[in-house]
Write a protein that binds this ligand. Structure first.
Ligand code: 5AD
Ligand code: SF4
Length: 440
């Protein structure tokens, strides 16, 4: 048996893809191992979203290459978005790399590896318009056996001007409902308590079944939530332009669909949003948030924000800060704009905001979010939540941690509770990052 080591960078979709890759290779009698120095095959599943993500992978791969001195048969592959974006350039930059496979080529990995017996270097970076890996049962090799990702669609058609994803992951396509349902029911049988539907753009889900019935995302969500009432359901990511009242009504109707929503705003300025090709204005976005909060008052909303996009003025930046306060995000992923080769922004706009200004704006965004998160958490003091226990707290074996439906982490003294159980916890204290509570 050959030993396989996979290291994953980037988004949740990449982590889900690594489980597909593991499944494909285990069926070819590879054995997953958890240390690179034991492996005969190292695959690095990569992310191109920002320059620093790519730099990290390049440095790490240089480090891993040195393992070839000990093990002459070791093969190293770069898979995922960087393989797709950089192609043969990666072979030039990294002499120890033997294989490249793009996000739609994982089915072909066994053939590529077989080719490596005869050829020095192999690659497959063809994108597909239909691949969803619907018949491959992901091998959950790094799972907590409580919570799992289920991929429902791939690719993106939105072409936000800053974003490399439409180029590295190709066009949108939806996985058949039947295979999503089967995977979900299998997870339930295996004892999982929570699933998160994944896609670059889950709201674009669109599948027509054999009877000619069309399934959009709210239909899928409602159908699955009904089939697995004991399991929690989450999803990510949603494009604000596609959030509909129908979707929020489905979330309100099923108590097992969690009241948390990741809704990337990117910027609070309509001028910047237009330049980003986000297809909504500040007002559109805020109106949707109002609708969401009206229908589901305890919905917790998180976001992604980019600081220092091309031409962003101080006033635009202030608009971002004010939108953050207005929405009252409980959490945010915050980034400095990083120009990506091949994107529309790279071709049409000047990356003209100095790095120190980007840094200062990002810092202001981070500091504001810290205080918003703290205030959000303080409002939970005294409230009781249903918590899905995920494991032992990092600090003490006597404490457990889990998540509320709003996706907030709660730490509490373990009492009789065990991982994988649903328990009720009353919140007694908090920081910006964590709630602390007591079992009731
Ligand atoms: N620079 C900085 N952040 C980016 N993102 C996407 N592309 C870029 C870029 N070029 C951010 C967006 C997106 C998240 C996944 O990454 O906020 O929602
Ligand atoms: Fe990138 Fe925009 Fe597509 Fe998200 S919706 S993956 S930010 S192009």
């Amino acid at each position: 048996m050959k030993k396989l080591y996979i290291e994953t960078y980037g988004c949740q979709m990449n982590f889900a893809d690594s489980e597909v890759v593991a499944s494909v290779l285990v069926s070819q009698s590879y054995l997953p191992v958890s240390h690179a120095d034991e492996a005969d095959l190292i695959l690095i599943n990569t992310c191109s979203i920002r320059d620093n993500a790519e730099k990290r992978v390049l440095a790490r791969t240089r480090e891993l290459q040195s393992l070839k001195k000990q093990n002459k048969n070791l093969k190293i592959g770069i898979i995922g978005c960087m393989a797709e974006r950089m192609q043969q350039e990666l072979f030039k930059k990294l002499e120890g790399v033997d294989l490249l496979a793009g996000p739609d080529s994982y089915r072909n990995l066994p053939q590529l590896l077989a080719q490596l017996d005869a050829e020095e270097r192999v690659s497959d970076i063809l994108l597909s318009t239909s691949e969803t890996y619907e018949d491959i049962d992901p091998l959950r090799f790094q799972s907590n056996y409580i919570s799992a990702f289920v991929s429902i669609m791939r690719g993106c058609n939105n072409f936000c001007t800053y974003c490399v994803v439409p180029y590295t992951r190709g066009r949108e396509r939806s996985r058949p409902l039947e295979s999503i349902l089967k995977e979900t029911l299998d997870l339930q049988k295996a004892g999982y308590k929570e699933i998160t539907f994944l896609g670059q753009n889950v709201n674009s889900y669109n599948y027509t079944d054999e009877k000619g019935k069309q399934w959009r995302f709210p239909d899928l969500l409602a159908h699955i939530a009904e089939q697995i009432p004991e399991m929690r359901v989450r999803y990510a990511t949603s494009h604000p332009k596609d959030i509909s009242e129908e979707l929020i009504d489905v979330m309100a109707k099923y108590s097992n669909i969690c009241n948390s929503l990741h809704l990337p705003i990117q910027s609070g300025s309509t001028v910047v949003l237009e330049k980003m090709n986000r297809k909504y204005t500040r007002e559109d976005y805020l109106k949707k948030v109002e609708m969401i909060k009206r229908k589901i008052p305890d919905m917790a909303i998180s976001t992604d924000i980019i600081a220092g996009f091309c031409g962003e003025t101080e006033e635009d930046h202030q608009m971002t800060l004010s939108a953050m306060k207005e929405v009252d995000y409980y959490y945010a992923f915050m980034f400095k704009y990083s120009e990506r080769p091949g994107t529309l922004a790279e071709k049409s706009f000047d990356d003209d905001i100095e790095d120190d200004i980007k840094g200062r704006r990002l810092q202001e965004i981070i500091e504001l979010q810290q205080s918003l998160s703290l205030e959000h958490n303080k409002r939970d003091l005294g409230k009781t939540f249903e918590v899905l226990v995920e494991g032992f707290s990092k600090k003490s074996e006597l404490q457990l941690f889990g998540r509320t439906p709003q996706n907030k982490v709660v730490v509490f003294d373990r009492g009789e509770a065990k991982p994988s159980e649903f328990v009720k916890v009353i919140i007694e204290d908090c920081t910006a990052a964590t709630l602390m509570g007591r079992l009731v």
